[in-house]
Design a protein around this ligand. Structure first.
Ligand code: DLZ
Length: 158
């Protein structure tokens, strides 16, 4: 997916669903906050650009990416919420902590999505360095938060 795609109208072969009444939760990890806050801004602005009402976007902070699954479950179990976007950034370290967190959050988010039959989007960066993360959070490689929001919108349109 090209990083400069902002709106579903960029996808000419997709039916565009009215997002005016859809409700989104964005769950954001506090770890690497400079990165995750930028991902959040990208996701939020992309939802607005696709017709989502400000009042229909809830932001929920969690301490780290490991907690994104729990945060996603809290949000997904709210009946009115149509889709959940999870945003985090796990930076490769010298220990296996990275692998445990990434595996746990990938599986956790998948399980929540299938349990509640709602899109739960994996917007977690897994870079080697903080610079690589910033490049993908509004830098030279775009903003993966935008892409996470587009994915949520697309899933509600199918
Ligand atoms: C502990 C930890 C470490 C070392 N690195 C990160 C990271 O790069 N990104 C992230 O989102 N969270 C990290 N955490 C915190 C864990 O996600 C989690 O919050 C703690 O292990 C407590 O469960």
């Amino acid at each position: 997916m090209a990083s400069n795609l902002k709106s579903l109208s960029d996808y000419s072969d997709k039916n565009i669903t009215d997002m005016g009444k859809k409700k989104f939760a964005i769950v954001v990890s506090e770890w690497n906050e400079e990165v995750t806050e930028s991902l959040y801004q990208g996701a939020y602005e992309t939802l607005i650009a696709n017709g989502v009402s400000k009042d229909n976007i809830i932001k929920k902070m969690v301490p780290g990416s490991f907690e994104l699954s729990m945060g996603a479950q809290w949000m997904a179990q709210i009946e009115e919420i149509d889709a959940v976007i999870c945003l985090g950034c796990v930076i490769q370290g010298e220990t296996r902590h990275f692998d445990f967190i990434c595996d746990a959050v990938a599986h956790g988010i998948t399980n929540v999505s299938l349990k509640y039959n709602k899109p739960v989007i994996f917007g977690v960066l897994t870079p080697n360095t903080q610079k690589q993360a910033l490049d993908r959070a509004g830098g030279k490689h775009g903003n993966k938060g935008d892409e996470a929001a587009i994915t949520a919108v697309k899933m509600l349109g199918f």
